[in-house]
Design a protein around this ligand. Structure first.
Ligand SMILES: C[S@@+](CC[C@H](N)C(=O)[O-])C[C@H]1O[C@@H](n2cnc3c(N)ncnc32)[C@H](O)[C@@H]1O
Length: 303
């Protein structure tokens, strides 16, 4: 089998076809095959698993995923790359390749892709099936991909992906640190996340300007059960962090504008024993869940 994932093969192939790696699609290919194996291994894939890969590239990670999983759905936005990947993947019966943008927009996945995922997931034995996102993600859309997938049906059991190290640091950041943000809380409120390995630019072709990391995120139904309404939680979390430096009372007031008045907001803060003069970023994940749940209850009562 041709190794399509070396700098020399990629340079030659791109030159022959007049292609250039497109930075707007985050086209940095992982050329260290031990690391391609590590991404596949770090997701503990077996024949119970439906795996989603976003960014097929030349298909080298895809074929490794297919060797381990029940089925792989892989999505590529770039027609030229999809042709290249087709050569690698055409004999693999458990791979569905889609030539498409995985995202409909920043807040939503492509609905046909979601439909395709549900169809394939339904074919697996219900008691043991698992759904995983395993990919070397395009960095420009890594945040919406991870963030939106955690609100989809089916919810992934595991996300094991290569992303910018800076983003991985934000995902695992503890409260009170500069990286702690709405994204940290969102992911930590429904999952356990850890950085598996940091990757220097030189393991990619062409090398990106930033350091990368493989991150593993394991969703946890018990963590998720603490949240009364996932969509309300996601929406209000983003609103609370829109002005993260402002005092809690003021950000809660603007997040709940039209739903709760000042007295009702003060009553919620008082009930929870939160001073209105701390900043939202000082709240732990559990406190943030408690606050947004309580705001949801107060808002329903006020209607
Ligand atoms: C970082 S490369 C990874 C390629 C390959 N899997 C690898 O490991 O080397 C990201 C890939 O995602 C593709 N891509 C970028 N944006 C996309 C999108 N919105 N939907 C689907 N694929 C996308 C790019 O064309 C590129 O092939």
């Amino acid at each position: 089998m041709v190794n399509r994932q070396t700098a020399s093969y990629l340079t030659k192939r791109f030159q022959q076809t007049g292609m250039r790696p497109l930075s707007r699609f985050g086209q940095n290919f992982l050329i260290d095959l031990n690391l391609v194996d590590l991404i596949a291994d770090s997701a503990d894939i077996d024949d119970r698993d439906l795996v989603l890969e976003i960014g097929t590239g030349t298909g080298s990670l895809t074929s490794r995923l297919a060797a381990r999983a029940a089925h792989v759905i892989t999505v590529e936005i770039d027609t030229n790359l999809a042709q290249l990947a087709q050569e690698e993947l055409e004999d693999l019966p458990n791979v569905t390749m889609r030539l498409h943008d995985a995202l409909k927009n920043k807040n939503n996945f492509d609905p046909e892709l979601l439909e395709n995922i549900r169809e394939e997931f339904d074919k697996l034995p219900a008691k043991r099936r698992r759904f995983k996102l395993v990919a070397n993600l395009p960095y420009n859309v890594a945040t919406p991909i991870i963030s939106n997938l955690l609100r989809c049906d089916p919810i992934p059991d595991v996300i094991s992906v290569t992303i910018q190290k800076e983003l991985a640091d934000r995902i695992v950041a503890p409260p009170g640190t500069k990286d702690y943000s709405a994204l940290s809380i969102w992911i930590q409120s429904v999952a356990n996340a850890s950085i598996v390995r940091t990757l220097p630019p030189g393991v990619f072709w062409p090398p990106p300007k930033v350091t990368s990391a493989i991150i593993r995120i394991d969703t946890d139904a018990n963590l998720r059960a603490r949240i009364d309404n996932i969509d309300f939680f996601h929406e209000k979390l983003r609103a609370l962090y829109f002005h993260r430096r402002k005092f809690l009372r003021s950000v809660v007031l603007s997040a709940m504008k039209g739903e709760l008045d000042k007295a009702q907001v003060d009553a919620v803060l008082e009930k929870l024993g939160f001073s209105g003069e701390i900043r939202a970023e000082r709240l732990t994940v559990a406190q943030t869940i408690e606050l947004i749940n309580e705001l949801g209850t107060a808002s329903a009562e006020a209607k």
